[in-house]
Structures are given as structure tokens and as C-alpha cells.
Design a protein around this ligand. Structure first.
Ligand SMILES: Cc1cc2nc3c(=O)[nH]c(=O)nc-3n(C[C@H](O)[C@H](O)[C@H](O)COP(=O)(O)O)c2cc1C
Length: 186
């Protein structure tokens, strides 16, 4: 698959088959992630691979409660609240794998570094026939002490990008993009 196909064909996948993702495939995704540009070549990222469905269920439950208790007002708040109050909604869509990209320590560019690694990982997954979705709903809980404990993540680490991975049930339809605002100077 060429780069244009990978970029334009990738979609957030929210329905997965029960098929596990093999370890070699996961390692290839991490290998793509660490090729990302990163500030001062610090490569601050770490990868926590979670394949235990019981752990994912528990984190989903606790992350939903945490979001409901702490969510700031926003235009999407009502929609989020009704999703998070639905007992059948699992924030990880029952994907077989979660890869949490965290930084080893706080620093001025860790969000950028880990997000670029995440994008590489998601594009590589798509090129390999796998689906992914960034799960922002997990972020605030995973950044608490209880959230880190739930995954055995050291307290000093900073979770940035929770990415689910699995075999897509079907190819999701394209999601429209707005016309970009572009200003030319010179
Ligand atoms: C930072 C971030 C957080 C996101 N959080 C969620 C989430 O919690 N749940 C979800 O279903 N999708 C989540 N998404 C996926 C977006 O909804 C998706 O990327 C967007 O709708 C565009 O669709 P596409 O990825 O298929 O192009 C998130 C994406 C990003 C970049």
C-alpha cells in the first residue's frame, strides 16, 4: 500500500472480530511507531500492550465513571454523558488489544512525540489490514494514580495515546473532511 492510500484509507474502527492480533504484528506496529520524528531525538515513548479483556473491561468501567465525574462542560457533553451512562458501551469497543503510548517522564514535547508515534502506528496498522482507534475517553482516567496502577504503569510515566487494535469487522465508511482553512503568505 502506498502512503496516499494508507493516509486516505485509514478510518477509526469501532467494530472488531474476535480474532487475536499476533505478537509479531504488534511488534511491527511498535517498530513503525518509533520511526516517528521526535523532539531532540529523546524517543520518550513507551508501549504498554494490553490483551487481557478483563483488564480492559475494568478500565472501561472506571474510565467512564471518572469521565462522568470530571467532564468539563462542552458542546458534546450531553452526547458523551448518554454514551457513558450506557452500561453496554465499552470504551474500547471490545477490541482484542490496547496499546497505550506513554512518555517516560514529563517534558515540553511529549504529547507531540507520542502523538506522532501513534499516527505512525495507526497508518502501519491500516497498511497491514488492521483497524485502530484512539480512545480519548480513556485518557483522563489513565493519567490518575489508580489508572496507572490498573496497568502497572509507573507513576512517573505520562499516558498520552490509548490506541485499540484489532481485525475490523467491516471497512467503516469514509468520514467527510471540512475544507481546510489555508492562508498563503508569499
Ligand atoms: C485525540 C483523539 C481522541 C479520540 N477519542 C475517541 C474516543 O474516545 N472514542 C472514539 O470512538 N473515537 C475517538 N477518536 C476517533 C475520532 O472520533 C476520529 O478520528 C474522527 O471522528 C475522524 O474519523 P476517522 O479517524 O475515521 O478519520 C479520537 C481521536 C483522537 C485523535
Amino acid at each position: 500500500m502506498d502512503i496516499d492510500e494508507a493516509i486516505s484509507g485509514r478510518r477509526s474502527v469501532r467494530e472488531y472480530t474476535a480474532q487475536p492480533v499476533d505478537e509479531r504484528a504488534i511488534r511491527r506496529l511498535i517498530d513503525a511507531a518509533v520511526r516517528a520524528p521526535n523532539a531532540v531525538n529523546q524517543q520518550p515513548w513507551t508501549f504498554t500492550v494490553v490483551r487481557d479483556p478483563g483488564v480492559l473491561d475494568r478500565i472501561s468501567h472506571d474510565a467512564k465513571a471518572h469521565m462522568l465525574a470530571t467532564m468539563p462542560p462542552s458542546p458534546n457533553a450531553d452526547h458523551f454523558r448518554s454514551l457513558l451512562n450506557d452500561p453496554n458501551f465499552q470504551i474500547f469497543y471490545r477490541a482484542p488489544v490496547l496499546i497505550l503510548i506513554s512518555a517516560l517522564a514529563q517534558g515540553p514535547w511529549i504529547i507531540e512525540d507520542c502523538a506522532l508515534a501513534a499516527q505512525n502506528l495507526m497508518l502501519a496498522a491500516h497498511a497491514a489490514g488492521l483497524g485502530t482507534c484512539w480512545i480519548g475517553f480513556a485518557q483522563s482516567f489513565l493519567n490518575t494514580s489508580d489508572g496507572k496502577k490498573a496497568l502497572g504503569v509507573p507513576d512517573a510515566w505520562a499516558p498520552v495515546a490509548p490506541i485499540i487494535v484489532g481485525h475490523p469487522k467491516a471497512a467503516p465508511p469514509p468520514v467527510a473532511r471540512k475544507e481546510p482553512v489555508v492562508r498563503w503568505v508569499g
